[in-house]
Ligand binder design. Sequence first.
Ligand code: FMN
Length: 159
Amino acid sequence: MAVDAEQFKHALRRWPSGVTVVTSRAGEKIHGMTVSAFSSVSLDPPLVLVCADKASNTHPVIAEGRVFAVHILAQGQEPLSHRFSSKADEWRRFEGMEWKSGVTGAPILPDALAVLDCRVVAAHDVGDHVIYVGEVETVQVADAEPLLWYGGRYRSLSD
Ligand SMILES: Cc1cc2nc3c(=O)[nH]c(=O)nc-3n(C[C@H](O)[C@H](O)[C@H](O)COP(=O)(O)O)c2cc1C
């Protein structure tokens, strides 16, 4: 018998992860969303992946622009995670933010624990998501503690 959605989510809530905001650009259009489905893939070449819901607004922007920047969030950046996951004002997520363009053209937000600016090298259509594999072109790293996600809520290393 197939696993139902509640059982699936119940099990996956047992998986602790960090929290990222993934941004992208296609021409003049910029967008981004909160993503926990992020992983490293390869060291040589340096590859990472993110899984984007096909129903998200971010997915078609990555599909068209073929670039994305992964921001690994630091402790205290719950408001940024909330801003980039909330469906209220989703087209105003960058308003009032001092973002810059990365080398790929993807928007780079300030104050993340680490930023990986990537160019899409593969896209895999799987179920209701698309796995985007990106080659990392630049990295930025800050000295801070990570924001964690476990059991459906934000945590810190000291929790
Ligand atoms: C902690 C957290 C992790 C999330 N991880 C993902 C993810 O890995 N992939 C995804 O497609 N959506 C994920 N979401 C949901 C999106 O952030 C959310 O649906 C967002 O509103 C999509 O924005 P958009 O449709 O404007 O692109 C996550 C949300 C939260 C709060």
